[in-house]
Design a protein around this ligand. Structure first.
Ligand SMILES: [Zn+2]
Length: 73
C-alpha cells in the first residue's frame, strides 16, 4: 500500500496520527500526532516548606501535544 502525505498512520504510542512528510526513498516518514504524549516527570521542591525536615515535593508531569515522530519503514 502506497503511503502519502495526509494519510492516517499510527504514532509510536498507538494514536491516530497524520503523515506530514515522506522521504524520497520512502524509508522514513514523519507523522504528527495531536494527542498528548507523556514526556517526563520533574520534581520541584516546594519552596514554602523547604526549611522543614521532610518537605514535600511536588511532581509535575510534562505532556507534549502535536509531536512529530520520524518512523523508519
Ligand atoms: Zn500519539
Amino acid at each position: 500500500m502506497e503511503l502519502k502525505v495526509g494519510d492516517i498512520f499510527e504514532c509510536p504510542e498507538g494514536h491516530e496520527a497524520t503523515i506530514v512528510w515522506i522521504s524520497e526513498d520512502k524509508k522514513v516518514i514523519a507523522v504528527r500526532c495531536p494527542h498528548k504524549h507523556f514526556s517526563k516527570v520533574v520534581k520541584v521542591a516546594d519552596t514554602k516548606s523547604a526549611m522543614s525536615r521532610h518537605y514535600p515535593r511536588k511532581e509535575r508531569e510534562i505532556y507534549v501535544e502535536n509531536m512529530v515522530f520520524l518512523i523508519k519503514m
